[in-house]
Design a protein around this ligand. Structure first.
Ligand code: SF4
Length: 248
């Protein structure tokens, strides 16, 4: 949780030496509270105080970074619940989904449509940053073939949806780990074992908050932190409610 200037001041050495480029520890504490200075600028802060300051400065929502061609795209790292309180640091990513059971021709046409899709939001031209490949066929070879097609035709982030562990293992050999997300995995325990070294993000989907809590606890017990939380919804109202609930 963020600390106030006064709380930070109590952790500082109170030498008022000016080596942090401000004349007093109190002024430095205020800069730290306003997030316009780094605690490392003071060479005299104790390890214990540094630990407390570090924890307070870490955003409550973890940052996850992806590669989209040459571009880096991040999600998370938010510090406020609503945009009007301060700002959201990273824009919400938009994905369009494509099923793997389309014929080769239909699949390529759909992919072209997704690649060229643009939309406008208050004067800004935007495009989806991600494509979700939904495993409908449950045929590993077919799924991987479609995955290769996406990889060769677009630089978007790829969300692999509804996959079993066999597909996940092989998909990891095909696509750069900085470019994928696993979504609605068929077996969470097995997937965690497969992806834990790479920390490829997993969307943890659940019917309700209790089920979500159980699944997240499982991930945390294996020191897996790159998780994106999601609760099922029936309409946009429920989606909004769930997202506010999750953020809280
Ligand atoms: S360098 Fe540290 S001790 Fe010196 S004024 Fe800045 S905060 Fe205080």
């Amino acid at each position: 949780m963020a600390l106030t200037g006064l709380e930070i001041f109590k952790l500082l050495p109170n030498k008022n030496c000016g080596e942090c480029d401000v004349p007093t520890c109190l002024a430095f504490a205020m800069k730290l509270a306003g997030k316009i200075a780094e605690s490392q600028a003071c060479p005299y802060i104790s390890d214990e105080a540094m630990e407390i300051l570090g924890a307070a400065q870490t955003p409550p929502i973890k940052k996850i970074t992806f590669k989209n061609g040459e571009k880096e795209i991040s999600i998370g790292a938010e510090t406020v619940m609503f945009r009007h309180e301060k700002t959201f640091v990273n824009q919400t990513l938009i994905a369009l989904e494509i099923a793997d059971n389309l014929s080769a021709e239909e699949f390529e046409n759909e992919l072209k449509r997704i690649e060229s899709y643009k939309y406008e939001r208050v004067g800004e031209r935007l495009e989806p940053e991600c494509i979700s490949l939904k495993n409908v066929s449950d045929d590993k070879n077919n799924y991987l073939l479609k995955l290769e097609t996406i990889q060769s035709k677009t630089e978007k982030i790829i969300i692999l949806s509804d996959c079993n562990s066999e597909i996940i293992k092989e998909a990891m050999q095909l696509v750069d780990s900085k470019r994928i997300i696993f979504n609605r995995v068929q077996n969470l325990e097995e997937t965690l074992k497969i992806v834990s070294d790479t920390q490829i993000p997993i969307v943890i989907q659940a019917k309700n908050i209790e089920e979500l809590f159980e699944k997240v606890t499982k991930c945390e017990s294996q020191n897996f932190k790159n998780i994106i939380l999601s609760i099922d919804f029936n309409n946009l109202n429920e989606l909004l409610e769930n997202n506010v609930y999750l953020r809280r």
